[in-house]
Design a protein around this ligand. Structure first.
Ligand code: AFD
Ligand code: MN
Ligand code: MN
Length: 429
């Protein structure tokens, strides 16, 4: 396997940082041992944790006002894969890529699967796109896709999702993520009940086409592109739809897709209680679907989400196997650096939530001891777990300081020589 960054460069950097890391890891190990926690066991859990990256996240994002491309950014799935390989090589937390169709269309998916494997990458959930029209498309999605009034438009959207499943089978994926932009901008524009009925009818045809081991992940979103109502606007609509569609339909929570201040960790617990927690799109948000870097605005919320996920893992009910993915728009940073930093933030929250003394937490809850219950969470949240995450990463071949090695590698500058420039323009991707 030929990975994009020189192994010698990583080894050189790691040699410089090894002594300090070992010292910090040993010190943290002693601290955790005093609470009866074996740091090696936590490190093993961290080593087993991973999160997928979106192919579209490898390019610079933009807002609807403008996009500011950087030299050397990827323009096709092959270049995106190479960038995702850099992220995984240095960070060792992102071994799968989630493709979006038709953006990532190629003629030979078996070859694409092999190309990814040669870079140390596998494939995560396949994403369909019925929120945009493509050149030459027979029916426009301007008035909706799976919920459109027009039967032929709905059929086209169903057919596209089935095509995505077929592509995903060739790539070795087992999840289809369905997010539709369907909704309205004006009161009265569409009937709330009938539009949902049309969505359910179309979505059930997709559900029926899923192979046995596949899941369909329904991603809700409160607003945008529709600004008055969305067809699958919230977790309530999502879980009702998933229950109606059948056992392979699950709900996907994108952290930016809720009203401000919504208690997302409680939504996680609710979805799990009913066996419908399918997956996550990690990002952070200040105002809406900002798609900012994970943990950059509200790391405590991210920790609380992981706290619920670890509760759920301990109480699997009808199974626990959520798919984790980063879904961010990197408008002002190098996407590789953002995804390295985000994967680190996500993994740190996973590690911190793994440190919660669950017996103490549950005992305090049983005794109605509010302060001690809160302190059980607080104690874990305030521990600096960076040495555990770094040590796990290094043992897997990654870099102690991934962003420093990335910068030293001059990767982007080299790509700026090789790749064709991206055009200006607006758009979320
Ligand atoms: C949307 C959703 C989503 C979708 C993406 C497209 O979060 O998952 O695939 O943006 O860029 O807001
Ligand atoms: Mn998303
Ligand atoms: Mn989004």
């Amino acid at each position: 396997m030929t990975l994009p960054v020189s192994a010698d460069l990583i080894a050189d950097h790691n040699a410089h940082g090894a002594e300090a890391l070992d010292d910090e890891y040993a010190s943290l190990g002693r601290k955790l041992a005093r609470s009866g926690i074996d740091i090696e066991a936590i490190k093993a859990r961290v080593a087993g944790f991973s999160v997928a990256v979106p192919s579209w996240g490898a390019g610079r994002g933009g807002t609807r006002f403008a996009k500011f491309p950087i030299p050397g950014e990827p323009t096709n799935i092959h270049e995106k894969l190479e960038d995702c390989a850099v992220i995984n090589q240095l960070g060792r937390k992102t071994p799968r890529v989630s493709p979006h169709f038709p953006w990532d269309k190629v003629s030979d998916y078996v070859a694409l699967r092999e190309e990814a494997a040669a870079l140390g990458l596998g494939w995560d959930a396949v994403n369909s796109n019925t929120f945009q029209d493509q050149p030459g498309q027979a029916h426009s999605y301007a008035s909706g896709s799976l919920s459109a009034q027009d039967a032929a438009t709905r059929q086209q959207a169903v057919d596209h999702n089935i095509e995505c499943i077929e592509i995903g089978v060739q790539l070795g994926s087992t999840d289809l993520t369905v997010w539709v932009g369907d909704g309205t901008n004006f009161p009265g524009q569409q009937d709330f009940v009938r539009s949902l009925d049309r969505y359910l009818d179309a979505a059930s045809q997709i559900h029926a086409a899923l192979p046995d081991d596949w899941r369909m992940l329904l991603e809700h979103k409160m607003f945008e592109p529709a600004f008055y109502s969305s067809v699958i606007s919230d977790w309530g609509s999502s879980i009702l739809a998933a229950q109606e569609l059948g056992p392979k339909a699950k709900c996907l929570v994108d952290l930016g897709h809720h009203a401000p201040n919504v208690n997302i960790e409680q939504i996680v617990a609710r979805l799990h209680r009913f066996g419908k927690l399918g997956g996550f799109h990690f990002n952070d948000s200040k105002y809406g679907d900002d798609d900012l870097d994970s943990g950059s605005i509200n790391p405590h919320q991210l920790f609380l989400v992981f706290n619920e996920l670890i509760e759920a893992e301990a109480n699997p009910l009808e199974g626990f196997n959520p798919s984790y993915m980063i879904d961010q728009s990197h408008n002002v940073t190098d996407p590789i650096e953002s995804m390295l930093s985000s994967a680190e933030a996500i993994t740190q929250c996973f590690a911190k939530a793994s440190l919660v003394d669950r017996a103490a937490l549950h005992a305090a809850q049983e005794a109605n001891d509010t302060m001690m219950a809160f302190q059980a969470l607080r104690r874990a949240y305030t521990i600096d777990v960076a040495p555990i995450v770094a040590k796990a990463r290094v043992e897997m071949g990654g870099a102690i300081d991934p962003i420093a090695v990335y910068r030293a590698s001059q990767y982007r500058a080299r790509k700026a020589q090789e790749r064709k420039p991206v055009g200006l323009g607006a758009g979320i991707v």
